[in-house]
Design a protein. Structure first.
Length: 633
């Protein structure tokens, strides 16, 4: 491991670590009055819905062994996870409401929720139930040997936050409650972290992903909100420093997140929270990490991926174009790395957010997880960001235009005139990879024109050896050519070559992203702005020999896919023209021969895809011999 950012501080860790006090406990009524009224009211309203549900139904969501087994038997992870996350959201809302109101009305339900979590056989999700990376999941959790996955760590953090906020009040009912939290977090999080190795903790040059900062952040929350022996606390710090170095080594100096904007919240922002906790407990020993250019670049990545004037983000791999609005967490990261641009971006996004979005969708009916620590960060910094947002220029006053080249991943982004263009010139070996080398995305004004679908809801197949059987992972469902019936191949060796970029132009040879059976000598793709009113793509395909061209009349070696969310219609003329809804026009021409066009209507039924896209999307299939020019206007 060549990069050392965090471990350089391991020798200056003070002998005595500070007690971690990120927020005041519920008993500090002056502190809890800082929360803006509109957020207090929203939390209380949702907590009342939880109480009403419990009063009417008389029960919390039930976690069944049969539902856990579904994953290993059928690949279904949704049934178990819906109950798992709803249970945790309900408890979070009850805790926050009690801390806000401080009347004792929610206490009994809180105790029920605490014991339910403590009595679960395992905190890990079914698709994460294994002890070694990339090995088959076990059908059921083994209570005697905990697995520390993303959500086991989050559960530990949730219970530790509750312990910290309400220990005095819970002890007044019975000391057994907090003692039970101590026991369960020690057995499931603290001891495994100190005595076992989980892959996300890092191992030299082994590649890491968002799991590393995400788990590390929550382990640190768990470790430092409940008192532990000094020697153990120092071990937490040293392991966390090492793990975070293992994570940042996989980032280029440009700070680009290969997993995409949606995963930035679990990668870059969790890196920030983990580093913030380390700086706090070491009395600022690690504070200089925030002055590193690479860390600032990691922080600012999210605003660079944003499509101006819209709710969309540039998305490749498993990332959705609807990656969620930025807010307090991004604002705090911006403050720490002294990025006025990121603070302003986060404040502008916060200003556009609904109250539900500000609270990460943590409502009584939600079946998606919400981290209680993030909610506390939001509640206690909301007034500051409200004031800051009031002073930020509106989006209409912010100068347009961006030109970004993320060399480490090969992502090129240009915003000019009506268009935002993004192209990927990297490889097919990224974390959460799709076979999409050479693919591109176009937004016109604030609307998607040429799209990247993203990924369907996760199943057992998503992270298995059969991943690339899933249609959304395949190059034929990105804005790419299929050559002689052959799609791109996965792996770091399948990459773009001869990449060249200028201010508003990029070219690359993507032949290297295809296996030998495609018989590709080269496939040069050039994408550039033709003024501020159109984007041009020019593709030239060269096969190894004429004999490699399929036999048969009207059979073309190249079939180009173009993905659209608005309905295309073919118009005949001197050039082939396709109108795309009310958003734009595509014109196609070739000097090498005729073009054939076919339009496929593709129903979108998956819940995760429907968050971003309508119930129907379209694939335009353009067949040609070896050269084509496509103009988007």
């Amino acid at each position: 491991m060549n990069t050392v950012f965090f471990m350089q501080y391991s020798k200056c860790i003070p002998d005595t670590l500070l007690n971690f006090k990120p927020f005041a406990p519920a008993s500090d009524r002056t502190y809890w009055q800082k929360i803006p009224d509109y957020l207090r009211a929203a939390v209380l309203a949702e907590a009342e819905k939880v109480r009403q549900t419990l009063a009417e139904d008389g029960s919390w969501p039930v976690l069944l062994a049969g539902d856990y087994l579904l994953f290993s038997r059928t690949g279904n992870r949704v049934r178990f996870e819906n109950s798992y996350f709803k249970r945790r959201n309900m408890l979070t809302l009850l805790v926050l409401a009690e801390c806000i109101e401080y009347s004792g009305r929610f206490t009994d339900d809180i105790i029920d929720g605490i014991f339910l979590l403590c009595e679960e056989s395992g905190w890990q999700l079914p698709p994460h139930n294994s002890y070694k990376r990339d090995t088959p999941q076990l059908p059921l959790p083994d209570h005697s040997r905990p697995v520390m996955d993303l959500f086991a760590c989050e559960t530990g953090a949730q219970l530790s936050v509750i312990y910290y906020l309400l220990k005095m009040e819970l002890d007044a009912v019975s000391p057994v409650i907090c003692r039970r939290i101590e026991e369960e977090t020690t057995e499931r999080i603290i001891m495994p972290y100190l005595t076992e190795h989980f892959w996300w903790m890092g191992n030299g040059g082994e590649p890491m992903c968002n799991w590393t900062p995400w788990c590390t952040q929550n382990v640190l929350i768990t470790a430092f909100l409940i008192p532990h022996a000094e020697a153990a606390s120092r071990s937490f710090v040293k392991q966390a420093l090492y793990s975070l170095d293992c994570f940042v080594k996989d980032y280029g100096d440009d700070g680009c997140c290969s997993e995409g904007a949606e995963y930035y919240r679990h990668a870059g922002l969790c890196l920030f929270t983990a580093a913030d906790i380390l700086s706090y407990v070491t009395a600022g020993c690690t504070e200089r990490i925030f002055s590193e250019t690479k860390i600032r670049n990691i922080a600012e990545y999210i605003m660079n991926m944003h499509v101006p004037g819209s709710g969309y983000y540039i998305n490749f791999a498993d990332c959705s174009p609807v990656a969620g609005k930025s807010g307090v967490r991004e604002y705090l990261f911006g403050k720490r790395v002294q990025s006025q641009e990121l603070c302003s971006f986060a404040a502008e996004e916060w200003k556009k957010s609904t109250v539900q979005e500000k609270l990460f969708g943590c409502i009584a009916a939600s079946q998606n997880g919400s981290n209680i620590y993030y909610l506390l960060q939001t509640l206690f910094n909301a007034a500051e960001i409200d004031d800051f947002a009031g002073a930020v220029k509106s989006a209409a006053d912010v100068p347009e235009g961006k030109n970004i080249w993320y060399e480490s991943i090969g992502v090129f982004i240009v915003q000019k005139g009506l268009f935002t263009l993004a192209a990927k010139a990297g490889c097919n070996g990224d974390s959460h990879n799709h076979n999409d080398t050479g693919s591109f995305i176009i937004y016109k004004k604030d609307r998607p024109f040429i799209i990247d679908l993203g990924v369907e809801s996760y199943t057992k197949k998503t992270f298995s050896s059969d991943r690339y059987e899933i249609w959304t992972m395949q190059s034929a469902w990105h804005n790419l050519p299929t050559i002689n019936g052959i799609m791109q191949k996965d792996g770091k060796d399948y990459a773009a070559g001869n990449v060249q970029h200028e201010k508003d132009r990029i070219s690359m040879d993507i032949a290297g992203a295809y296996p030998p059976e495609a018989h590709l000598a080269s496939y040069v793709r050039e994408i550039y702005f033709a003024g501020g009113e159109s984007v041009c793509m020019h593709d030239v395909c060269t096969l190894h020999s004429a004999a490699d061209t399929p036999d048969g009349k009207d059979v073309f070696p190249v079939v180009l896919s173009l993905m659209l969310s608005e309905k295309p219609e073919i118009r005949s003329g001197l050039q082939t023209e396709i109108t795309v809804g009310k958003i734009g026009l595509i014109t196609l021409s070739s000097e090498s021969g005729p073009i054939q066009i076919r339009i496929e209507t593709v129903p979108v039924t998956d819940h995760r895809l429907r968050i971003a896209w309508p119930d129907t999307i379209y694939r335009v299939l353009v067949s040609f011999s070896n050269e084509i020019t496509v103009l988007f206007k």
